[in-house]
Design a protein around this ligand. Sequence first.
Ligand code: PLP
Length: 413
Amino acid sequence: MSGEKRLTDPAPGGRTSARHALPDRGGWFGVYGGRYVAETLVTPLAELERAYAEARADVGFQEELGTLLENFVGRPTPLYFAARLSQQLGSRIYLKREDLAHTGAHKINNTVGQCLLARRMGKPRVIAETGAGQHGVATATAAALLGLECDVYMGRVDTERQALNVHRMELLGARVVPVDSGSRTLKDAISAAMRDWVSHVDSTHYVLGSVLGAHPYPMMVRDFQSIIGRETRTQILAAEGRLPNWLVACVGGGSNSIGLFFEFLDEPSVRMLGIEAGGEAIEPGRHAARFAAGRSGVLQGTKSYLLQDDAGNVLETHSISAGLDYCSVGPEHAYYHDNGRIQYDSIDDDEALAGFDALTRLEGIMPALESAHALGYLLLDRSRIEPGSLLVVNLSGRGDKDVQSVLRARGKP
Ligand SMILES: *Cc1c(COP(=O)(O)O)cnc(C)c1O
């Protein structure tokens, strides 16, 4: 059955392959993307690009990945009709349940794919960087599964804030390397991971966690995540007999959202909305809404929207949700923002908390605070979504990890 085939094929194959030429061979999505790296990384990235192209075309690789996604990750994840939420909001709302994937979020789709690629490239070691620890845990999990050595870079401040995830990674056999340079958070961890990669590239693959960085990462991570949208198409057609009017997802680096959207980009009747973190206010240093206040710039290997001051210095960011708290966004999003194919909006911390409460109380599903941004948007008076719409919201992860943050936001110890 062709639908089933697509579920196990992570390439933008089947019906979408001919229609999406992006990125071009230089890794460009229009004027965004590319490969802005030091000389020392040009060869490793070219080698990765070639290895990935071969793996993508290799039936054996695709079958092994498909089997792991099914039996290890637990795919396909359900498409759940949220009856009480739908009734309250006057639309038909389905949730794509990435929170039910192994380790509790979509990130595992990408780390299993990249670790399988690392093994195929003959690299016994992977490295990653992580902010809140979610990508670190997903990488450590895939590394354990495939018997790879794993080092995860994490800013010292984040290791203290996210001690539980540090323990999880260590229990999985990974080594967590605290980073003491700069602001001792995610940006500094990324720089440390890049330095490691440059000096150990023969033995090591760098597992990047979102649709960021130099080509081929934004394309490769998108391909691994696009299984979300391929499953959704099959599932919504089975449930409703038609495509949705709207797809909604939160946008940090942009991987869960493009993972849902990609399959539908050439369906003009399907509108798409990405929700960024509005934080405390749209003022410098107090949010992570790149499309609300950013402009084009180059950071960590790619050109995209970037939160920066007039002199081009990268600004600090804030969000109640660690996974959305980053100063840039994937270059493919920048492209679809500018040409209008995907719309973007932002909601603030309190509005996201309202989304968290609504889903928890109405459906008995506690969402990650990242996903709560997509849900909270639906509750707003200024929502662009017309009542009566059929929509799919990507529930990118589960909220167990955020219970402390929610209590703290409510002034509880
Ligand atoms: C990391 C994370 C995000 C944000 O990353 P994207 O690349 O934008 O998907 C969103 N939701 C959850 C649950 C996450 O762990």
